[in-house]
Write a new protein. Structure first.
Length: 433
C-alpha cells in the first residue's frame, strides 16, 4: 500500500498503486478491479486523483511523432508539458493552452480540460486536442475526437479521469518566434480599476492579475495585472528555469495572516505605479511558481487547498466584491489570489470555464477554514457561479450540482457505459458523479 497524495497534501489516505507497461496489462487491471482512478503528476490540489486504487500514468512518457507541417504532436499521456517545452520551444513551437504550471501530464491536462492566461482567446486545452485514445470500463481502447465518439470526448475532457484511462493524444502546437513575452503591468487601486484594466487589455492574448485579497475599503480589489504577447525577435534559446526547492515541510504556524499581509505589501509595493513595460521569458511569465520546487511545503503538514470559482460576466463585479469582503473580514489571507478573464464556455459536460471572471485563492487547511469556504460557496451560488473540480477537496454535492447544468448528462453517460463503479475518486464519491 502507498500514500499517494495530491499537491494540496490533503487528504492522506492509503491506496494501492498499479503500474503497467503494455496495454494488455492495463486491461487486466481494469477488468479485475473497481474504484480505480488515473493519476498523472498529482498537481491537482484536491482529491480528484485520489482513490483506493490508483493507476499511475507518469511512466507513460514517450514522444511518438511530430508532424512539422501541421504542428501536430503525438505523445503518450504521461508526458509532462515541461518536457514538450524543452524539446519544442527551441524549434519555435509552444503550447496553444497552458496552465500556470508546466509540471502536469498531457492526460491530466485533458482530464481537467485545463485553461491558461489566454482562455478569452484560445479556450480550454481540449481545443488543441485533435484526438486521444482511451481505455474504457470494459478494457477496450477507443480513439476519440470532437467528431469520432463525440460524447466520449465531451465526457472525458473535464471529466476528471472518470471515463477511463487516456493512453496517448495528438495535440496541435502554435508557432512562436521568441522565448520572450512583451509584458505590460498595470497597477490598479481598486476592483473597478481592475475590471476596467482587464477589458482595456483584452486585445492581448495573455492576461492575469494578482489581487491583494486582504485589502479593505476603497482599496478592495487592488491588483497587478500582467498582460502580454510573444515577441518576434527570433530568440528561441529556451532555458528551463528550475531554482530553489523548499527542502522540508514548514511548521504550520509559519504561515499566518501577518506573513500574507507582509507579502502582499511588498509584492504590490515594489511594482511601479500605473502602467509599466517589461520583457520577460516564458518561465517567468507563464510559470512563476514552478521556479520554487515543493513550494506546497510552506503550508505545513496539514496541507492546503485552492478555492477557485468563476462568475458569469453579468454578476462578476458584485460577486467578487461580496467574496473579497467576506475574505478580508475573516482575516484568512491567501498569498496567491489570481483573477482571470474567460471567454465562451465549450460543450464539454464538466469543463469549468464560462464567459466571465474567475478567482483562485490558496488557503492553509486550519480550524475554521471549511466553514469560511461553505460561506463563500453560498455567494458563489447566489451570483450564479461554479467551483473548479481540479482544485477542490471539500465542496458539497448540492453546491457542485447547482453550478453544473450538464451534470445529469455526465452521470447518465457514465451509468450507460458501466463507468460508475469502475472509475471513482474520493471527489467523485463526495459530489456524486
Ligand atoms: C502551481 C499550479 C498552477 C496551476 N494552474 C492552473 C491553471 O492556470 N489552470 C488550470 O486549469 N489548472 C491549473 N492547475 C491545475 C492543474 O493544471 C490540473 O490539476 C492538472 O489536471 C494536473 O495534472 P496532473 O498531470 O498533475 O494530473 P493529476 O493531478 O494526477 O490528476 C488530475 C485529474 O486528471 C485525471 N487524470 C490524470 N491523468 C489521466 C489520464 N491519463 N487519463 C485520464 N485521466 C487522467 C486524474 O484522475 C484527476 O482527475 C495548477 C496546478 C498547480 C499546482
Amino acid at each position: 500500500m502507498k500514500n499517494l497524495i495530491s499537491w494540496g497534501m490533503y487528504p492522506k489516505v492509503e491506496n494501492r498503486v498499479f503500474d503497467f507497461d503494455q496495454a494488455e496489462e492495463l486491461t487486466d487491471i481494469i477488468q479485475e478491479n473497481s474504484e480505480l482512478i488515473p493519476y498523472g503528476n498529482g498537481r491537482s490540489y484536491g482529491d480528484s486523483a485520489i482513490s483506493s486504487h490508483i493507476i499511475n500514468l507518469k511512466p507513460k512518457d514517450y514522444f511518438i511523432s511530430f508532424d512539422e507541417e501541421l504542428g501536430i504532436l503525438h505523445i503518450e499521456a504521461g508526458v509532462l508539458l515541461s518536457e514538450i517545452l524543452d524539446s519544442f520551444v527551441p524549434r519555435g513551437w509552444f503550447l496553444k493552452v497552458t496552465p500556470g504550471t508546466k509540471l502536469i501530464t498531457v492526460g491530466g491536462a485533458i482530464a481537467s480540460d485545463v485553461h491558461g492566461k489566454n482562455h478569452h482567446v484560445e479556450g480550454c486545452f481540449s481545443e488543441c486536442v485533435e484526438e486521444f485514445r482511451i481505455m474504457v470500463a470494459d478494457g477496450s481502447i477507443v480513439a476519440c475526437s470532437k467528431i469520432k465518439e463525440p460524447e466520449l470526448f465531451r465526457a472525458t475532457c473535464g471529466g476528471m479521469g472518470l471515463t477511463g484511462v487516456i493512453l496517448d493524444a495528438k495535440i496541435s502546437l502554435k508557432k512562436i518566434n521568441s522565448q520572450y513575452i512583451d509584458q505590460t503591468t498595470i497597477k490598479t487601486k481598486n476592483l473597478k480599476e481592475t475590471f476596467e484594466a482587464f477589458e482595456e487589455y483584452s486585445h492581448l492574448p495573455y492576461s492575469v492579475a494578482w489581487i491583494d485579497c486582504l485589502a479593505k475599503g476603497k482599496n478592495k480589489g487592488k491588483c497587478l495585472l500582467m498582460a502580454g504577447d510573444f515577441r518576434d525577435d527570433g530568440n528561441l534559446k529556451y532555458k528551463n528555469k528550475s531554482g530553489l526547492s523548499i527542502p522540508f515541510t514548514f511548521p504550520s504556524f509559519a504561515l499566518n495572516n501577518w506573513s500574507v499581509r507582509a507579502f502582499n505589501w511588498l509584492y504590490y509595493g515594489k511594482a511601479p505605479k500605473g502602467v509599466s513595460k517589461q520583457r520577460v521569458d516564458i518561465d517567468t511569465f507563464f510559470y512563476p511558481l514552478d521556479a520554487i520546487g515543493h513550494w506546497n511545503r510552506i503550508y505545513g503538514k496539514g496541507g492546503f487547498t485552492q478555492y477557485q470559482f468563476i462568475f458569469p460576466k453579468e454578476t462578476s463585479y458584485e460577486g467578487l466584491e461580496a467574496i473579497l469582503t467576506a475574505i478580508s473580514n475573516s482575516g484568512k489571507g491567501s498569498f496567491l489570489a489570481v483573477l482571470k478573464l474567460y471567454g465562451k464556455a465549450n460543450d464539454n459536460y464538466l469543463s469549468f470555464p464560462i464567459e466571465g471572471y474567475s478567482l483562485a485563492l490558496d488557503f492553509k487547511i486550519e480550524k475554521g477554514l471549511f466553514e469560511l469556504l461553505d460561506q463563500l460557496d453560498k455567494l458563489v451560488i447566489q451570483y450564479k457561479g461554479r467551483i473548479y473540480l481540479t482544485k477542490d477537496v471539500r465542496v458539497s454535492k448540492e453546491t457542485f450540482e447547482q453550478g453544473y447544468p450538464q451534470i445529469e448528462t455526465f452521470r447518465e453517460y457514465r451509468e450507460k457505459n458501466s463507468m460508475m463503479k469502475k472509475f471513482q475518486s474520493l471527489q467523485s464519491q463526495r459530489v456524486g458523479i
